[in-house]
Design a protein around this ligand. Structure first.
Ligand code: ADP
Ligand code: ZN
Length: 519
């Protein structure tokens, strides 16, 4: 005989079996216990509270910060015959009253509510007069200040536990970063609750990192492998988003822009088209994506460096929710590193926060420059050990060769030193390669002892050398000036010949193998 939970799963949702930890979570919450659920995007978090909602007496109150997602979920539930409603700023007074009456009359299985609405005295007293099955706190990472979607109202959600200690709470997030997970447990008073931690691996996503040479061309080559597929291209600035969308349109793609500077109607319309039509490429800032449930996104491309591994994981996690082969592609260069470092240093944040941002960026650079399996590096960052190289990332498919770059590193560092530790990489390469450019003569750099000592390497290789020197802290970016490069304490060791520098050899751009599906 199927368990009551199975019966609901089949009858209401039409699924045969629970996935992964779903059953354990459902039974735990249905039995009246608290839970913290850490599960990757696409893992099936919604059922973890929707099934207990139907197993327990009363209405399940679901706190969600995403209005669009709320509406989608309520619609889907209603189609399955579940009595679901939402309360948020999009409802007029009359409809809001109708929903409130239904809640009081015990006629709702699930009620989705925005946190700011939930926390009003009026709504809390309404809950006092209602039967509550459970509280579900979706996107629970919004409670974390270190996370990327901090929402101050989430901090006040402890009121749920204080006011209704007997009602079980389930908090859910796809945040993989252990410090953020700890903060969620502390802030939401769930340290004692059972924690359900899933693997954050997304086996059907192939990870690739390429060195930026000609970003537009490279993007086009990459997207060309996914003709007619839906995908997202993330860029850092609004301007770059629009440029990229225009460029792709001119190349015959169905590309749309999305960023916080666009009017709300345009954003909503573009998002709708992305969700409903086939083969739309959404060019977006990170303003786009949270709560977007489109199963067949085939690729996520980053044409600028994201700010952290956590952000990168979230953004790439929007690919391949249907389990089919998908790609996460990141194109980055030293310019990105310089820009991000400047943004951190020139930002308004407190020193403690800046230190954290620096560490996050370094962690991401480590990932980009690694010669190891990308999946192993990615998951290690989330405290997870992936036993073998995955066979589905660029480093596994075409292993990068290491080369002894000690001599070029010494030349590069010495060139930085002799030119006064204030120039950017373009000019430094001009000196090394003995360029005849105007700026060289303007500064008299043709007279430097390092002038022309690097003609043996092409500028692409020099770019890679400089980038890896920065990533390895053998050079640092002058974030107060124009992003020139300076020596660090560690560079002196290399200059004195006391340290070997191994580097990753950049792959020539090659045709890639066909992506493969998840097993
Ligand atoms: P998350 O919120 O964790 O990103 P969702 O709850 O949106 O994930 O679920 C992702 C997809 O997986 C949805 O299309 C959902 O219907 C499907 N799904 C979830 N659980 C099951 C299951 N037990 N069997 C089949 N499909 C499932
Ligand atoms: Zn791998």
């Amino acid at each position: 005989m199927p368990s009551p939970a199975h019966a609901v799963l089949r009858r209401v949702f039409g699924f045969d079996d629970f996935r992964g930890p779903q059953q354990a979570i459902v039974e735990h919450v249905a039995a009246g216990h608290d839970a913290l659920v850490l599960m990757p995007t696409g893992g099936g978090k919604s059922l973890c509270y929707q099934v207990p909602a139907l197993l327990r007496e009363g209405t399940a109150v679901v706190v969600s910060p995403l209005i669009a997602l709320m509406q989608d979920q309520v619609e889907a539930l209603r189609q399955a015959g579940v009595r679901a409603e939402f309360l948020n700023s999009t409802l007029d007074a009359e409809n809001a009253q109708r929903v409130e009456r239904a809640l009081l009359a015990g006629e709702l299985d699930l009620l989705y509510v925005a946190p700011e609405r939930l926390l009003t005295g009026r709504f809390l007293s309404l809950l006092d007069r209602s039967a509550i099955a459970l509280f579900a706190i979706d996107e629970a990472h919004c409670v974390s200040q270190w996370g990327h979607d901090f929402r101050p109202e989430y901090r006040q959600l402890t009121v749920l536990h204080e006011r209704w200690p007997e009602v079980p709470r389930i908090a859910l997030t796809a945040t993989a970063d252990p410090p953020t997970q700890r903060e969620i447990a502390e802030r939401l008073d769930l340290v004692q609750a059972r924690h359900f931690v899933s693997s954050f691996d997304r086996p059907n996503i192939r990870y690739t990192v390429v060195q930026k040479d000609n970003a537009k061309r490279q993007l086009l080559d990459f997207i060309g492998r996914h003709r007619d597929a839906a995908g997202i291209v993330y860029a850092m600035s609004r301007r770059k988003v629009e440029e990229t969308a225009e460029y792709l349109c001119a190349q015959g793609y169905n590309a749309l822009p999305y960023h916080a500077g666009l009017p709300a109607e345009v954003r909503a319309a573009n998002q709708r088209r992305f969700l409903r039509e086939d083969g739309i490429v959404m060019c977006a800032t990170i303003a786009f994506g949270m709560g977007i449930d489109k199963p067949d996104v085939r690729f996520v491309a980053h044409v600028d460096l994201p700010k952290s591994m956590e952000g990168y994981y979230q953004e790439t996690g929007r690919a391949g929710r249907d389990g089919e082969a998908s790609e996460a592609w990141l194109c980055y260069g030293l310019g990105d590193v310089v820009l991000l470092k400047q943004m951190i240093e020139q930002g308004e944040a407190a020193e403690e926060r800046k230190r954290l941002e620096r560490a996050k960026l370094d962690h991401l650079l480590g990932y980009c420059e690694s010669m190891q399996c990308r999946r192993q590096v990615l998951l290690a960052g989330f405290g997870e050990t992936y036993p073998q190289p995955c066979g589905n990332c660029d480093n596994c498919l075409t292993p990068a060769a290491a080369w002894d770059a000690t001599v070029p590193a010494q030349k590069a560092l010495s060139c930085v030193y002799r030119s006064g530790q204030r120039f950017g990489v373009g000019h430094l390469i001009d000196i090394l390669r003995g360029s005849d450019g105007e700026k060289i003569h303007q500064f008299g750099h043709e007279a430097l002892s390092t002038y022309g000592i690097g003609r043996d390497l092409d500028s692409r290789t020099w770019r890679s050398v400089f980038r890896q020197l920065v990533a390895a802290h053998l050079l640092e970016v002058d974030t107060e000036g124009h992003g020139g490069l300076r020596l660090t304490d560690a560079s002196r060791q290399v200059l004195k010949g006391g340290r070997t520098v191994m580097m990753r050899r950049e792959q020539a751009p090659t045709r890639e193998r066909e992506p493969r599906s998840a097993q």
